[in-house]
Design a protein around this ligand. Structure first.
Ligand code: GLN
Length: 187
C-alpha cells in the first residue's frame, strides 16, 4: 500500500507528516507517473480553483476518475479536496469537480477567514473526539444516495464516505490529528 498526497499546492506537507507518524509509505504526487505508483490519494486543502486547474492541465482528473471507478484508487479529500471530489461544487468561482462521491458542496460557505474555527468532533467508529480545523471551509449541503455520514457538526455533515472515497470539510492534519488518516487507510 502506497499513499500519495497531491502536492501541487496547499498543505500537502502536513499530510505527509501525519502519514510518516503512522509509519506508512507515502509520496508527493505531481505527475501522472507519480499517480500510477499509488493506490490511495489524499487531495489536501488549499484553493480548490487552483488544484482543479492543475488536475485538468496534467490530465490527472481523467485518470483519477477512471481509477476510482475501477476500484483501483481510494481518495480522501480534505476541505478544498472535499470540494474537488464532490459530485457538484457550488458557490462563487466553484471549480468543476471530479464527481467521485454523491455530495453537493458549497465553497466558502461559513464566510471569510475570520469565520474559521476549530471543533472537537464525534466520528462514527472512533472512540476519542477528533480535532478538526475548519479553515474557510465548505459545507456539504447534500449527502445523496449511497453516502454514509460519519460526522456532523452544527447539524451539517462534515465527514462522509461512499465506497473508498472519503470527504471531510475540516483539516485533521494541521494539528497532527491521526485518527481520520487511520480511518482512510482502513477503507
Ligand atoms: N476556501 C478554499 C476553497 O474553496 C478551501 C479552504 C481550505 O482548503 N482550507 O477552495
Amino acid at each position: 500500500m502506497k499513499i500519495g498526497v497531491l502536492s501541487f499546492h496547499g498543505d500537502f506537507a502536513e499530510h505527509i507528516s501525519v502519514l510518516t507518524a503512522l509509519k506508512v509509505q507515502s509520496m508527493e504526487v505531481r505527475t501522472l507517473e507519480d499517480l500510477e505508483q499509488v493506490d490511495r490519494l489524499i487531495i489536501p486543502g488549499g484553493e480548490s480553483t487552483v488544484i482543479a486547474k492543475f488536475l485538468q492541465m496534467t490530465g490527472m482528473d481523467r485518470v483519477i476518475r477512471k481509477r476510482v471507478a475501477k476500484g483501483k484508487l481510494a481518495v480522501y479529500g480534505t476541505c478544498a479536496g472535499a470540494i474537488l471530489v464532490a459530485a457538484k461544487a457550488k458557490g462563487k468561482n466553484a471549480p468543476s469537480s471530479l464527481g467521485l462521491i454523491n455530495i453537493v458542496v458549497e465553497r466558502n460557505a461559513y464566510g471569510s477567514q475570520m469565520q474559521s474555527f476549530e471543533a472537537a468532533l464525534k466520528v462514527k467508529g472512533i472512540a476519542e473526539s477528533v480535532n478538526g480545523s475548519f479553515i474557510r471551509a465548505p459545507i456539504i449541503t447534500k449527502a445523496g444516495r449511497g453516502v454514509e455520514v460519519l460526522s456532523m457538526h452544527d447539524g451539517k455533515p462534515v465527514l462522509v464516505r461512499q465506497g473508498r472515497v472519503l470527504a471531510g470539510t475540516f483539516h485533521p492534519e494541521t494539528r497532527g490529528e491521526i485518527a481520520i488518516h487511520k480511518l482512510f487507510l482502513s477503507l
